[in-house]
Design a protein around this ligand. Structure first.
Ligand code: ATP
Ligand SMILES: Nc1ccn([C@@H]2O[C@H](COP(=O)(O)O)[C@@H](O)[C@H]2O)c(=O)n1
Length: 240
């Protein structure tokens, strides 16, 4: 090899995508806003909650008692999970079964926190999220969840806590769900946040994380606010 030839490692090493990490409580707009931001920027999108939901679905299908951490952990090696990263539409598969719709069932929302509190499940899914984010082909990816800014991608170029008052989140969520009363929706949201908060911190921003509070912003204004943070952060990082 001559000196001027690039080494195979340099020429073949894939470009690391720009990672935008977004966390927040239930109903704060993480998935809808992140998807819209990804679309606008031509980035990929990763909904990490879908994986926890799909794993809860899988555990229930296998008849696992989800309150038993050991039984939940024993299920992990059989969990064959696939998710797309296209913000315009992504299927969630467990094995060959498309569970995209099934994981939104209230039965899953009521169970998911029990499996998400198991450390082995978190470690398994965290590794999966990191590899999906790096393997997708676009120049950037928006990854949203509860512990993306703190655990999954603490070194992400852009880290945002997307929040809104409990009242606003409950009102927005109950507009979407016509099969349950507003009180039931509110109670479920509250108890899921309470259970999840015991395991990961997503109610306040960690050091270096920018808060976007959408309580008094409409959907478009929230997208703009997130894109502003991304623009400011990436400009600042390129000068560091
Ligand atoms: N700024 C906003 N103004 C009005 N509605 C909004 C705003 N942001 C999000 N929404 C709406 O709020 C609802 C909840 O948003 P979304 O499902 O994205 O939240 P989420 O944080 O991903 O929730 P979960 O963690 O429970 O999955 C959606 O109907 C979404 O369109
Ligand atoms: N990074 C994450 C993402 C999600 N969870 C757990 O999954 C549940 C469902 O998430 P949604 O975003 O689809 O609401 C959530 O309630 C958490 O239990 C998580 O722990 N970490």
């Amino acid at each position: 090899m001559t000196f001027s030839e690039p080494s195979p490692a340099a020429s073949e090493s894939p470009q690391v995508p720009l990672i935008v990490a977004i966390d927040g409580p239930a109903g704060s707009g993480k998935s809808s806003v992140s998807k819209a931001v990804a679309r606008r920027l031509g980035y990929g999108f990763l909904d990490t909650g879908a994986a926890y939901r799909a794993f809860a679905w899988f555990a229930l299908e296998r008849g696992v008692d989800t309150s038993e951490a050991e039984a939940v952990t024993a299920t992990l090696p059989y969990f064959d999970y696939t998710i797309g990263t296209d913000p315009d539409g992504y299927a969630v598969l467990v094995g060959d079964t498309d569970v995209t719709e099934a994981i939104r069932d209230p039965r899953i929302s009521a169970t998911v926190s029990a499996v998400a509190r198991v450390p082995e499940v978190r470690a398994f899914l965290t590794a999966l999220f990191r590899s999906i984010a790096r393997e997708q082909p676009l120049p950037g990816i928006v990854v949203e969840g509860r512990d993306i800014t703190t655990v999954v991608e603490p070194e992400a170029e852009v880290r945002i806590l997307l929040t809104a008052s409990e009242e606003a989140r409950m009102a927005r969520r109950s507009l979407e769900i016509s099969t349950q009363s507003a009180e039931t929706v509110a109670e479920q949201l509250r108890s899921r946040d309470a259970a999840d908060s015991k395991v990961v911190e997503f109610m306040s921003a960690a050091d270096g994380v920018t808060t976007v509070d959408s309580t008094h912003l409409d959907f478009e204004q929230t997208i703009d606010a997130v894109i502003d943070v991304i623009t400011t952060r990436t400009a600042r990082n390129s000068h560091d």
